[in-house]
Ligand binder design. Structure first.
Ligand SMILES: [Fe+2]
Ligand SMILES: [Fe+2]
Length: 180
């Protein structure tokens, strides 16, 4: 997704993230989640919670999609992906996409393990691990939700939210995710 195209959406989410009622709004919305899913939701960064709430609020007509929207970015683990890495990632994405591809390829080569969490943990904490988490946050989220016993369809939607949509639900999630 071209970051410039959804600047109005990002500006709106930035404002929502500043709202002092964000926590209360999040708690109300998260009432539909299981205790473990709730923990993953509230562990998210303030901006990601505001973004997820905005996406979910536009998908209320489908309860499963609503829950998937609340949780789709819970793989952007705050302890692994600090603000600095997020800014560097966005900067490279916009101004130096080829350099970002090279950095991503290098991180992919260095990561090893059976699954996405093992590969993430095989990297030294810091920018390498942060870039890996940003690149694979859908799969990281899906692995955590699977472990939490979440619905299979919800896990699928979250895992694939950065990929080309394969059905109507995935398409709707992608559309709102890209817009906000
Ligand atoms: Fe995402
Ligand atoms: Fe998102």
């Amino acid at each position: 997704m071209n970051t410039w195209r959804n600047l109005p959406g990002k500006a709106l989410v930035s404002l929502l993230a500043l709202d002092p009622r964000l926590r209360a709004r999040g708690e109300r919305a998260a009432a539909v989640l299981s205790p473990e899913e709730k923990r993953l939701f509230s562990g998210m960064d303030r901006y990601d919670r505001a973004h997820s709430l905005a996406v979910a609020s536009r998908l209320r007509d489908d309860p499963l999609l609503y829950r998937a929207a609340l949780l789709h970015d819970c793989g952007k683990l705050t302890e692994e992906l600090d603000l600095k890495v997020r800014w560097v990632y966005t900067f490279l994405e916009v101004f130096a996409p080829r350099l970002l591809s090279r950095v991503a390829a290098r991180v992919e080569r260095e990561a090893h393990g059976q699954d996405v969490l093992e590969r993430m943990r095989s990297l030294t904490p810091g920018w390498r691990r942060g870039i890996y988490v940003q690149l694979h946050h859908g799969e990281v989220a899906a692995a955590l939700l699977e472990r939490a016993g979440s619905d299979v369809e919800l896990v699928r939607l979250v895992r694939d939210h950065q990929r080309e949509p394969r059905d109507e639900r995935a398409r709707r999630l992608r559309e709102m995710d890209d817009a906000l």
